[in-house]
Ligand binder design. Structure first.
Ligand code: AHR
Length: 501
């Protein structure tokens, strides 16, 4: 029997709610159809936002939403997306499928969506093809309360009060689709552009996010930090609140990523091995950040992460529409446990993407909607938001193939303000259930609530069978005389357990 030891006396830091953030880009059917259908749609909506999707998302307690991209951000000109819809400029979304973008979803609609979801707004600015003036005027438009050309324009467009912009990204993937820049060049541009991201509301300063690395490009991290952060006078150190990191799990590499649903056990382990790489990335980028920022004032913002497979057969290759199985759920389980355990440095993360694109929590087909296995992971993990990470040790064994070995079990543990302990635990074996004893340093377990997500490794929900995989109550546990918990976690399963104070 494996042991999980929990030391509720050792709190290791706050798990920022924003680790459970999401990302919605103007890409495929994420914004249009997935989230926004317009007020005149037959699909029930509130001010154009689909009601079924927003209601389901609310269950996840979405903390923050990143928009408008992605690669789209560095081609987006915000003025095209304001004012009367009939006169908004139309453009071709060259990056994603070459389809017509009518800009009917713009700044006002994004802020409306955030209001409906009750989440923070993370707006990503355009450095690649935009000007400093364009960026600075967008900030003025969104956040200035006084009399000014941009604030007046906002009022003309029907919004009297400014919005709160919680996070602002100064460019996206500027090493690639955001301008193919060198880190030194981008680092200097970052210094310049961020200067004009003004804090008009000093009580609600905007957190500025600098474009970080792609996967294990440690050189980028080093050079950007040395250019944009080091050698600055102390009073300028606040010019960077976050440094992003993007990492996608692509089992077959970028050319042939692999099917989202048709895979064998070796590909399951290959994928999960790649998911575990996040541990190394956070540790190594974190070590570089420690050299420049030992007090950990700059958050690591993993603002794009998730599985990236081949698109579903017959769908537009530029739309990145893929199915979502228990493999995605296990990837999310591993990744979110890693983020929790690194909450001293990881301050935000945004799964890519919210609806109908890559590792989505929701898929739609016209008026129909389904919740993916990844949705349930976010619902089970939401209790970690703003809780305190607890010290925990879990006995694991190596499983997998010759080339791809991973720990059979993964966990993270937190304590909320009511004193309830939340354990999220995954078993990555596809064949072996595992008995586990959970021991507490102090607590004797009594009142317990638990849920489980389990199935075969490629089980998923379809529009014909939308409830094939869903979270169910988990009751396969007992409390021993000394207050420890014994449970059997089935193969290919994720559990959330709440142990009340
Ligand atoms: O999420 C899809 C794309 O992946 C984003 O637009 C880009 O930033 C990344 O390469």
């Amino acid at each position: 029997m494996a042991k999980l030891i929990i030391n509720e006396n050792k709190k290791l830091g706050k798990i920022n709610a924003e680790i459970y953030g999401h990302f919605a880009e103007h890409l495929g059917r994420c914004i249009y159809e997935g989230l926004y259908v317009g007020e005149d749609s037959e699909i029930p909506n509130v001010n154009g936002m689909r009601k079924d999707v927003v209601d389901a998302l609310k269950e996840l307690k979405i903390p923050v939403l990143r928009w408008p991209g992605g690669c789209f951000a560095d081609e987006y000109h915000w003025r095209d997306g304001i004012g009367p819809k009939e006169s908004r400029k139309k453009m071709i979304n060259t990056h994603w499928g070459g389809v017509l973008e009518d800009n009917s979803f713009g700044t006002h609609e994004f802020m409306e969506l955030c209001e409906q979801l009750g989440c923070k707004a993370y707006v990503n600015g355009n450095v690649g093809s935009g000007t400093v003036r364009e960026m600075s005027e967008w900030i003025e438009y969104m956040t200035f309360d006084g009399v000014s050309p941009m604030a007046d324009l906002r009022r003309e467009n029907g919004r009297e009060k400014p919005w709160k912009v919680d996070y602002f990204g100064v460019g996206n993937e500027n090493w690639g689709c955001g301008g193919n820049m060198t880190p030194e060049y981008y680092g200097n541009l970052y210094r310049r552009y961020q200067t004009y991201v003004r804090n008009y509301d000093s009580k609600n300063p905007i957190s500025k996010i600098c474009c970080g690395s792609n996967s294990d490009d440690y050189h980028w991290t080093e050079q950007v930090l040395s250019t944009a952060h080091d050698h600055l006078p102390e009073h300028l150190h606040g010019l960077m609140d976050g440094l992003s990191l993007h990492y996608y799990v692509t089992p077959g590499g970028w050319e042939h990523k692999g099917s989202s649903t048709q895979f064998e056990e070796d590909e399951w382990f290959l994928t999960l091995d790649k998911a575990w790489k996040m541990e190394e990335l956070v540790t190594k980028h974190g070590a570089i950040m420690d050299n420049y920022d030992p007090d950990k004032k700059i958050g690591m913002m993993v603002d794009e992460w998730g599985c990236w497979f081949d698109v579903e057969p017959g769908t537009n290759p530029g739309f990145l529409y893929q199915q979502n199985t228990m493999r995605d759920a296990m990837t999310a389980c591993i990744t979110l446990n890693i983020f929790n355990k690194h909450c001293d440095r990881v301050k935000m993360a945004n799964i890519a993407q919210m609806v109908n694109v890559l590792q989505s929590v929701i898929l739609t087909e016209g008026a129909k909607m389904l919740l993916t296995p990844t949705y349930y992971i976010f619902r089970m993990y939401k209790y970690h938001q703003n809780a305190q990470l607890l010290e925990s040790f879990l006995e694991t064994e190596e499983i997998g193939t010759e080339e791809h070995k991973i720990p059979n079990l993964t966990e993270s543990v937190s304590i909320d303000t009511e004193g309830s302990i939340h354990i999220t635990l995954g078993n990555a074996s596809v064949t072996e259930a595992k008995e586990i004893e959970i021991l507490f340093a102090e607590r004797k377990a009594a009142e317990i609530n638990a849920g489980i997500l389990t199935g075969r490794m490629n089980s998923h929900n379809t529009f014909e069978e939308p409830e094939n995989i869903k979270e169910k109550p988990f009751e396969n546990w007992t409390v021993t005389e000394n207050g420890s918990i014994r449970l059997t976690i089935p193969a290919c399963a994720v559990i959330h357990m709440e142990v009340k104070a």
